[in-house]
Ligand binder design. Structure first.
Ligand code: FAD
Length: 434
């Protein structure tokens, strides 16, 4: 017999879980009906803070300062909030078995939880270099960053190895944000990645050239076109150097690896339909099982705007998909319908005094506009993506709130672009007219 039974269970304690809990409260969930089960020891928080202010030597972010839902301008959901609402916040509890036909979850400690409706919000986990058998990848002071425990260990090492040498493996979001954070902590930083430029999944060569130049001006060494193939250690088992495929060896007191993530779907393998590496849902985040929903990083959902099934690993979608699923659950209980999810992709990042936003789809031809000189004190630049004669994506570095709103509007409206040259010349004013 299950020990505990709930009408609704959210499995996961990250961004999507927190925003789902808030929506449950808004929809009038009754005390005792909802449980949130998380393997983390703390209530849901805004995960992006971990690679930013959490690591800063000054103006440091710490809980309870960044519990959800502050990231989108809402009120913080402190642990007391869950108690007040009668929501069971079940922390430090890893679910190791999900039996969807019998609607039961089992924890590592052997507890079982029954539900009527399940929301899967298990997010992603990091890809580890040890997964590829990289020699020495288990050495001490090689870090990955996903959860607050990881960030705490990194902060400890940053202090212990004060003003030391850091090697950052990977040139994506995590690589760029972590390199900046380590530099701000007065580390001697080298970044290593195999691609011809950083963030190649989103950035064009022109966009990347700005960030690479800016980072170089800050004293960060960028080593491209090669990968880490091994790590040397000292007598304490701590990393001391990074061996690169091209034969170079970089000294290191700390290594941070950010080479990507993978959605945590293993508990549900063979029990729900999957697509494109995630759990397949409809426009209400319902899976092929009537009482099971999946939100955030794990969901592969219909992206209405592009008429395609997609999975999105970004915080804005984690928040919005969670709200959509909970609204859909309550609507269906009341025999009502809600609108389909109609998501406009939105990604952002911040590092040093830089801040960029991107909206839409990064497909087709591109134009670069504005001042993208990394040495310029008034840098502000952007890019448009143009497909089938229409502007479908827009990127902007150092935009004001109004300018960011304007590029979001462009990506949603997809206005025609007659000439790429004109678009490049018009730059931001093109977006401001829409
Ligand atoms: P998560 O927030 O990862 O939450 C998943 C939760 O499920 C975790 O609490 C986990 O412990 C729990 N869980 C998993 N399996 C189990 C289990 N078996 N039992 C119990 N609990 C379980 N996106 C942006 O758009 N901009 C950014 O600047 C940005 N910065 C980021 C910085 C970092 C360091 C990281 C890691 C991510 C960043 N992201 C950013 C991505 C964004 O944070 C994620 O897309 C978002 O957190 C996804 O929300 P989620 O709820 O699906 O997953």
């Amino acid at each position: 017999m299950p020990e505990k039974s709930f009408k609704y269970v959210i499995l996961g304690g990250g961004v999507a879980a927190g925003y789902a809990a808030r929506e449950f409260a808004k929809q009038g969930v009754k005390p005792g009906e909802l449980a949130l089960i998380s393997k983390e020891a703390v209530a849901p928080y805004e995960r992006p803070a971990l690679s930013k202010a959490y690591l800063f030597p000054e103006g440091t972010a710490r809980l309870p300062g960044f519990h959800v839902c502050v990231g989108s301008g809402g009120e913080r959901l402190l642990p007391e909030w869950y108690t007040e609402k009668g929501i069971s916040l079940i922390l430090s509890t890893e679910i190791v078995k999900a039996d969807l036909p019998s609607k039961t979850l089992t924890s590592a400690a052997g507890e079982s939880f029954a539900y009527e409706i399940l929301i899967i919000a298990t997010g992603s986990t990091v890809i580890r270099l040890s997964d590829f058998g990289v020699q020495g990848a288990d050495a001490k002071n090689i870090f990955y960053l996903r959860e607050i425990d990881d960030a705490d260990k990194l902060v400890e090492a940053i202090k212990a190895k004060k003003n030391g040498k850091a090697v950052v493996v990977g040139g994506g979001y995590i690589g760029l944000e972590l390199s900046a954070a380590l530099k701000v902590n007065n580390y001697d930083v080298s970044m290593v990645y195999p691609e011809p430029w950083c963030m190649p999944r989103l950035f064009t060569a022109g966009i990347a050239a700005f960030y690479e130049g800016y980072y170089a001006n800050k004293g960060i060494k960028i080593i491209k076109g090669t990968v880490a193939v091994g790590f040397g250690t000292n007598e304490k088992g701590e990393v001391k150097d990074v061996k690169l495929k091209d034969g170079r060896v970089l000294e290191a007191d700390i290594v941070v690896v950010g080479v990507g993530g993978k959605p945590l779907t293993t508990l549900f393998k063979g029990q729900v339909e999957e697509e494109k590496g995630g759990i397949k849902t409809d426009a209400f985040f319902k899976t092929n099982l009537p009482d099971v929903y999946a939100v955030g990083d794990v969901a592969t959902f219909p992206m209405k705007l592009y008429n395609e099934m997609r999975r999105v690993e970004h915080v804005d979608h984690a928040r919005k998909s969670a709200e959509q699923a909970v609204k859909a659950i309550f609507a269906s209980e009341q025999g009502k319908a809600i609108d389909e999810y109609d998501y406009l992709p939105y990604f952002y990042s911040r590092a040093f005094d830089l801040s960029w936003q991107f909206y839409g789809d990064n497909v087709g031809e591109t134009v670069l506009f504005g001042d993208n000189d990394p040495s310029s004190s008034s840098h502000k630049f952007g890019s448009y993506w143009i497909k089938d004669g229409k502007v479908v994506g827009a990127f902007l570095e150092s935009g004001t709130p109004d300018e960011n709103k304007a590029i979001a509007k462009v990506a949603r409206a997809q206005p025609p672009a007659n000439s790429l040259d004109e678009l490049a010349k018009e730059g931001l004013s093109f977006a401001s007219k829409i």
